[in-house]
Design a protein around this ligand. Sequence first.
Ligand code: ZN
Length: 287
Amino acid sequence: MIRRWCEAMGEENPLYVDAAAAAAQGFAAPVSPPAMLEVWTMARFRDTGRTAEDSMPVLNLFDEAGYTGVVATNIEQEYDRYLVEGDRISYTAVVDEVSPEKRTGLGIGHFVTIRYEFTDQNGDPVGRTLLRVLKFKPNLAQPAAASLSSAAEFSHPRPAITHDNAHYWEGISRRELLIQQCASCGQMRHPPGPGCPKCRSLEWHAVKASGRAKLHSFVVVHQPRIPSLQYPLPVLLVELEEGVRLIANGVGLPEKDIVVDMPLRLDWVEIEPGYVLPAFRAPDGEA
Ligand code: ZN
């Protein structure tokens, strides 16, 4: 999770991912980036899952009074020490302050400051966060957002390639659709990820998909429109015969011909020179 966070944030400090760099600074192992403090309290890292307290029920009082909009306005954090593998973090949250009613560009509302106190498995404080949100009555007379410019200014959206999905996109560039299979329990999985959702093993290998599939479900997108794509845009949820599902476009599949459970075959579409994506079509002449 630290590696994924660093990739998403563009954080390149080796202290967070490299054992030798951590050892050089006196740590037994890579440490957590301090700004990940809240991450370790999220449901997937706890035994109890998400609880009612997480949703700050006091904020519902603002909704009931018509202040249904919410926007975070600023956040301050303090860290007492680096968090390391094995720490178990929990928090308490209290509403610290509510401002008088203010008139803002979004509408009238109250600034609400929430204070989070984070503690470790020994009950010792490890950090705190002050989060200020504006709960406001949405101003319905706002002008429409500026419309997107012409298609010529936009190229087709590109995937975000990370350490954990690079193998998948390298396969795509060779016109091979690769599925991850857990080396420990054999579970197939997609989209690509570092660990097995069934047994949590980090060991895996890639299996090349046969390309035989069927349509599990689909939607036809009309809005919002990205200038480089064609609308109406069918988006398919395809079930591969290997047992995993992926989202893909169709090729040669007008909306009227799309039926749930129809057989599909893998094909490839060259979006721009050298940029290929998997897509699915009806099988040729097969039942
Ligand atoms: Zn497994």
